[in-house]
Ligand binder design. Structure first.
Ligand SMILES: [Zn+2]
Ligand SMILES: [Zn+2]
Length: 162
């Protein structure tokens, strides 16, 4: 039981690493055509970016349907990450829901402000804070936003606004 809970927790942490890298290098990379919808003004409840959440849901459900208890624990971790993402990112930060909870806890407030800073940058390049469960200190992000290091991110010069 404890082992399965530890596998669940490890999966959650691993998913944050996977999610951060996927957000930075896939969603702001080749997947930008889908993620772009999330960085622009929109009116509907759904956006093309939700495809990534759908993919996560399919992976989680597949793991929960297949395999033994270890695979189930991993599936629960993936599902848990998707739920936290939905609650925090869609609910608290972007307020896509009818009920609009405000972040009160310092940890949630930091995540909230960090994600708003992620959206401050127009276009796919030079953004900050790609995680959903962890955010660097706000002062660090402000410094980064003030001095975008395009070369270090593998972007050639000032990116065209797309
Ligand atoms: Zn983004
Ligand atoms: Zn967002």
């Amino acid at each position: 039981m404890i082992t399965h809970f530890l596998i669940f927790l490890t999966t959650l942490v691993a998913m944050e690493a996977v999610g951060t890298l996927a957000h930075k290098y896939i969603m702001h990379g080749p997947g930008w055509w889908l993620h772009r919808s999330h960085h622009e003004e929109h009116l509907g409840a759904l956006e093309a970016n939700d495809v990534f959440l759908l993919a996560l849901a399919i992976i989680a459900v597949s793991l929960l349907l297949l395999g033994g208890t270890v695979v189930h624990s991993i599936g629960a971790g993936v599902a848990g990450y998707g739920l936290i993402y939905m609650f925090f990112h869609d609910g608290i930060v972007h307020r896509h829901w009818p009920v609009r909870p405000s972040p009160r806890h310092p940890y949630l407030q930091r995540l909230y402000h960090a994600h708003l800073m992620h959206h401050k940058v127009k276009g796919r390049h030079n953004s900050v804070s790609f995680g959903f469960l962890y955010a660097p200190p706000i002062a660090t992000l402000e410094k980064k936003l003030a001095t975008p290091v395009a070369a270090a991110e593998g972007c050639a010069g000032p990116a065209p606004q797309r």
